[in-house]
Design a protein around this ligand. Structure first.
Ligand code: SIN
Length: 271
């Protein structure tokens, strides 16, 4: 859904903030065009929806709450897999607000997939099987891919402050709408780590890997997906508890730059 007739540079009224929040909850991802927010304005807009998370693996810039997602000739796109953000955190983000600062001449769209629909569309036996299952998520893949470019003190602080493994349910109850959603990040989830959250009993590793494999293809079904074509100054605000996203990496060697602000979330649960 594209929301028109609202200037995000201006101070928003309580009614406008409530309208944006309600529309986000209903539609799961919302878009704005021609906003061209300065970094501080984008941060201020994010703060209307809660606290913000600074991304520990980003390069430190002027504003710690702005994450630059920059790709080009020497840095091909890497976010071209279906994912929900930061599942390695105990309290993964509520949502993200990304603004396009540099758009490639062709391509670079972001696709969003409805995790509630993806959950409802699972084969009934699989849906039943995963109801009580949790898996362990781990950010070390980031340390391998981004670690070499980060200062030592950042790496040490990350290792000290963030646990290596946090468990989350595979089906997550949305804390505001109550809707169940398929909740999985195939890069961070250890595929052999599923266990029954009621008994604590781990699954046989082969079964765990098999279940994760079946779930990972689910969000890609076109029936659940919308696709957003960026222009400079466009904003996408997605509910990280309710959708997954995929950044199409089809614009190499052109440049593409997004700036993202991340709104703090809470601990996922299933009831
Ligand atoms: C991301 O937040 O994963 C990146 C989104 C994008 O680059 O479109």
């Amino acid at each position: 859904t594209v929301i028109h007739g609202i200037d995000l540079k201006a101070e928003l009224s309580a009614e406008q903030v409530q309208f944006v929040r309600d529309t986000l909850l209903e539609r799961k991802v919302i878009f704005f065009r021609d906003q061209h927010l300065a970094e501080d304005e984008q941060v201020a807009f994010g703060r209307e929806f809660g606290g913000l998370d600074a991304f520990p693996f980003g390069k430190s810039g002027a504003n710690p709450y702005i994450l630059e997602i920059r790709h080009g000739k020497n840095r091909p796109g890497t976010e071209n897999g279906w994912h929900t953000d930061v599942t390695w955190m105990e309290r993964p983000s509520l949502g993200s607000i990304a603004q396009c600062v540099e758009v490639p001449p062709v391509g670079g769209d972001t696709l969003f997939s409805d995790s509630h629909a993806a959950c409802l569309g699972l084969p009934p036996a699989l849906r039943e099987r995963i109801g009580n299952l949790h898996g362990v998520n781990d950010y070390r893949v980031f340390l391998m891919s981004r670690g070499p470019g980060l200062p030592d003190d950042v790496i040490e602080a990350v290792k000290r402050d963030i646990p290596f493994g946090v468990s989350h349910p595979l089906v997550r109850t949305h804390p505001e709408t109550g809707k169940p959603a398929l909740y999985i990040h195939g890069g961070f989830l250890r595929h052999d780590s599923l266990f029954d959250a009621k008994t604590g009993v781990p699954l046989d590793k082969a079964e765990s890997i098999d279940i994760v494999g079946q779930l990972l293809s689910q969000h890609g079904q076109p029936e659940y997906v919308c696709r957003f074509r960026w222009s400079e100054g466009s904003i996408a605000f997605w509910d990280n508890r309710a959708v997954q996203h995929y950044a199409a990496s089809d614009y190499y060697p052109n440049n593409r730059l997004l700036r993202r602000v991340t709104v703090s979330g809470d601990k996922p649960y299933y009831d």
